[in-house]
Design a protein. Structure first.
Length: 310
């Protein structure tokens, strides 16, 4: 089949809402789009372990420590699922990591902000993972089969993470004035970066057109962001937290919350490597990736030995 025939047959399958599987013929642009998106998602899960790992030794109770350890372990697992899904598209794990370390591949802007105190762990779980769930539930219907199936398990685990974060914030809002102030401060610092997680307006995104055409994406950035805002504002009200947006108000006609404009200049600065913790996050990942080389080599040698015995 020539390229045009392949693309026509591919689009016909997409239009019928059938999954594309690894051995199916697909346009090269579709394959490259998925590699970019899935690897970026995988990198985000792995880099996202860092701000939380910062608090393992300082969790306020044994229960908190156990829950945080379980959550961080989940995030590492999510990265592995997603790297594996990307590998079905013909890219190696090593190439994806090299792209991350060289700056060619991006990861979510949110993980370049610091976790300053325990309330930040609550904000990350509630807001960051809450935003991720809204986005990832939509991805359970994405057109590439391995990616869609990975999202089913990831969403179940992310819902646990979101509840963990909300519990932290709710408990702090029942505490001392100092604890309440810490929770509100964390809310103030994480609210806007959480809204940025959904990406720019689709009209400003160079990848949205094909993403909708190929059903990689089912709903727009702005629709998903609005869904997150409407849900989260009500959750904040229940525990007594204020949303740091002076323009936030209920729109009776549209039955949703109007909100202020996001600082897209900040978003672009962080995405382009100039956020508060970009250099720290990448230096940390490179250091421990290099120090772990002997583990990967030992595992490969063991597998080679087993294969030879068989």
């Amino acid at each position: 089949m020539d390229a045009i025939a392949i693309e026509n047959a591919f689009q016909e399958k997409i239009d019928k809402d059938l999954n594309i599987e690894p051995k199916d013929q697909m346009p090269e642009k579709y394959r490259l789009h998925l590699i970019r998106q899935i690897s970026q998602h995988a990198h985000s899960e792995v880099i996202g372990m860092q701000p939380e790992g910062n608090w393992i030794t300082r969790a306020p109770s044994l229960r908190s420590k156990q829950i945080l350890l379980a959550k961080i372990q989940d995030e590492g697992g999510h990265g592995l699922y997603l790297y594996s899904a990307a590998e079905t598209l013909g890219i190696s794990r090593e190439e994806m990591i090299e792209q991350l370390h060289s700056g060619k591949a991006k990861y979510s802007n949110i993980f370049n902000y610091p976790s300053l105190n325990w309330a930040d762990i609550g904000a990350i779980g509630w807001l960051v993972d809450g935003a991720a769930i809204v986005n990832q539930v939509s991805l359970q219907r994405t057109s590439y089969g391995p990616y869609a199936r990975a999202m089913v398990r990831i969403c179940k685990e992310e819902s646990f993470h979101q509840r963990q974060g909300y519990e932290i914030m709710a408990n702090m809002m029942k505490g001392t004035n100092e604890q309440k102030a810490m929770a509100q401060d964390a809310m103030n610092r994480w609210w806007w970066p959480s809204l940025m997680m959904f990406g720019p307006h689709d009209s400003d995104s160079p990848n949205s057109g094909n993403a909708f055409k190929w059903k990689i994406k089912r709903q727009s950035n702005d629709v998903l962001r609005q869904r997150f805002i409407d849900k989260t504002v009500q959750q904040a009200e229940v525990i007594g937290l204020s949303i740091p947006d002076k323009d936030l108000k209920w729109n009776e006609e549209k039955q949703c919350y109007d909100h202020g404009e996001i600082n897209w200049e900040e978003f672009n600065q962080v995405i382009n490597g100039n956020g508060p913790c970009n250099k720290q996050r990448m230096a940390h990942h490179i250091k421990y990736h290099n120090e772990g080389a002997w583990v990967r080599e030992a595992a490969a040698a063991y597998q080679k030995h087993i294969n030879e015995l068989n």
